[in-house]
Write a protein that binds this ligand. Sequence first.
Ligand SMILES: [Zn+2]
Length: 286
Amino acid sequence: MCGYNVDSSKGITQQNITKQFDSAMDQLDGISFLKIYTSGSFLDECEITSDTSDHILKRCADANLRLLFESRPEYVITERLDRMLAIHDDLEIALGLESSNDNVLRYSINKGFAVEDYEKATAVLNAKGIDVRTYVLLKPPFLTESEAIEDAKATIAFAAKSSKTISLNPVNVQRGTLVERLWRNWAYRSPWLWSVLKVLRESDTKGRKLICDPTGGGKERGAHNCGKCDEVILDSIRAYSMTQDRSRLGSPECDCRETWESVVDVEGYVMGGTCDLQRFFRKHRA
Ligand SMILES: [Zn+2]
């Protein structure tokens, strides 16, 4: 489902990264929290060398900024963290766990690591006093809508044990991916916004922060409903992410809720898999 490789370039040097970071930093003012998205692993020496991260950390320390970056768990190594903490100790590290079910990690996501690897990494981070943010994926391919909801809820409860913040990320259909191919063949539908609401409402967060900002929300390739109720729900999800107040999660009256309920009830029996009947009928009626 991830199409970042399509947009990445092999020609980027460490000097390019440092320069890009410096020019962005020079334009920033009055902030206390900086998030750096490398669309990869910040802790992977092949992507960001220690010299480059030393420079970035030093500037964050000088500016008194909390720094967040992402990494796969296998790069969470004590030596590298110690080197970083010696320069700057206000860090938050985001790990893409996606699912706490090893079968989903292996067969739906092809993630390349197991839940155990995530647990080892969070143990190291927690011991070092570094805050953990965990990404949870909603509706990887080959799960029904209902299975996807249950998987995300279970993953959030699991991640809450070792994370300060959990970010729920509904799958969006990106270019050049297997998910796109399934989607073109009517064999995949990105999650309903009703499902996003259900997961946000019902998950056991153990008092941790749960946030969600669906990429491509309301669009055919992103988490969406019927088109009429999408914006209201997306606004309510944003309000919830900011306030953590579940009463802000909106439930407008909309006919599509019934369709969604039927999908959740019967999809597993009827299809033995997933499909996007709603889009199929809409296209073929038109
Ligand atoms: Zn609707």
